[in-house]
Design a protein around this ligand. Structure first.
Ligand SMILES: Cc1cc2nc3c(=O)[nH]c(=O)nc-3n(C[C@H](O)[C@H](O)[C@H](O)COP(=O)(O)O)c2cc1C
Length: 311
């Protein structure tokens, strides 16, 4: 068994090299500046700032977040100041934090995704681009995550627009996430991130009103971990593209479960709201957990799930 000090934590997601596999998920870590007093950002495998759109978006009406048993619902609706403001106000700081920055983008159509990919590919400090084709809280753009040929076409077009590595972030709100993942792979994605939130809602029955201003929102946190694990496992059976597991990850055990299921890296999301240092705590424990399995690097563990013999 390798001593944990000798373990190589670096990972390759297609053309993207990361110092370690523990990243923080889009929409749950702001633009990183606000987290800097609490978290040693230089240690993270990567930061995904809040999804950026071509034009500024106000987002959805309140309420936008609600706590649920073992999770939360959100319907933020991609509130952001648009790509020009992002490049001017956030990217210069993000480029200095000392860990890879993966910029999450969402377009209303293929042309917007392509335009933003080309624009960001030119910017210093952008290690990769994650295509958010999975947000349940906006209309427009979401079809890319529910239709395999559209997903393939979009990824291919973005890939052609820049040399920057491309990740495709998928939704679990489909019949077969593996089919959509095959589209992303055929389009040339460097990695596939899964999952975004699961559609859900909350109701005040006395007032007979939905609690979210948008009526329906996205469920996240520990409540969705089994769904996310299932998606990673199914997609790992269907494609060779590296996977980034997301969904309810909060502890080292969660991380190891996702790696064994087939992920090469993970993103921590909702946990950042109640424990901003979860990612670095997990990182402290990762070499020991890998050593426990006799692994010398993350790839030794990724996708090593052993299935029971079929009856
Ligand atoms: C408040 C909130 C805002 C989010 N905003 C985004 C976003 O802008 N872009 C995106 O791709 N995912 C967004 N997500 C989804 C997360 O990145 C993640 O995929 C999802 O929450 C599942 O991971 P978790 O259970 O660890 O939170 C958001 C999640 C939450 C809770």
């Amino acid at each position: 068994m390798p001593a944990s000090a000798a373990i190589d934590l670096s990972v390759a997601l297609g053309r993207l090299r990361l110092p370690n596999p523990v990243l923080v998920a889009s929409g749950t870590f702001g633009y990183a500046r606000e987290m800097a007093p609490f978290v040693d950002l230089t240690r993270l495998g990567g930061i995904l700032p809040k999804t950026v759109t071509r034009q500024p978006r106000q987002g959805n009406a309140p309420w936008r977040t609600i706590e649920t048993p073992a999770g939360m619902l959100n319907s933020i609706g991609l509130d952001n100041d648009g790509i020009e403001a992002f490049a001017a106000n956030h990217l210069p700081y993000l480029a200095t934090v000392g860990c890879p920055i993966i910029v999450s983008i969402a377009g209303r159509d293929e042309a917007e995704f392509v335009e933003m990919s080309a624009l960001l590919g030119e910017q210093p400090g952008v290690a990769a681009i994650e295509l958010n084709i999975s947000c349940p809280n906006v209309s427009g753009g979401v079809d890319f995550g529910t239709n395999a040929p559209m997903c393939e076409s979009l990824v291919r077009a973005c890939r052609a627009a820049t040399t920057t590595p491309i990740l495709a972030k998928l939704t679990p709100n489909v019949t077969s996430v593996a089919e959509i993942a095959k589209g992303a792979e055929a389009g040339g994605a460097d990695a596939i991130s899964l999952i975004n939130t699961c559609q859900g809602m909350a109701i005040d029955w006395r007032r007979r009103r939905p609690l979210l201003g948008n009526v329906i929102g996205g469920l996240s946190g520990p409540a969705i971990k089994p769904i996310a694990l299932r998606c990673v496992y199914q997609v790992a059976q269907a494609v060779k593209t590296p996977l980034v597991g997301i969904g309810g990850i909060a502890t080292i055990d969660d991380v190891m479960e996702f790696l064994v299921a087939g992920a090469s890296a993970v993103q921590l999301g909702t946990v950042n709201f109640y424990n901003p240092t979860a990612a670095t705590t997990v990182l402290d424990a990762l070499p020991g957990a890998l050593a426990e399995l006799g692994a010398g690097c993350v790839a030794d563990v990724a996708g090593t799930l052993q299935l029971p013999p079929r009856a």
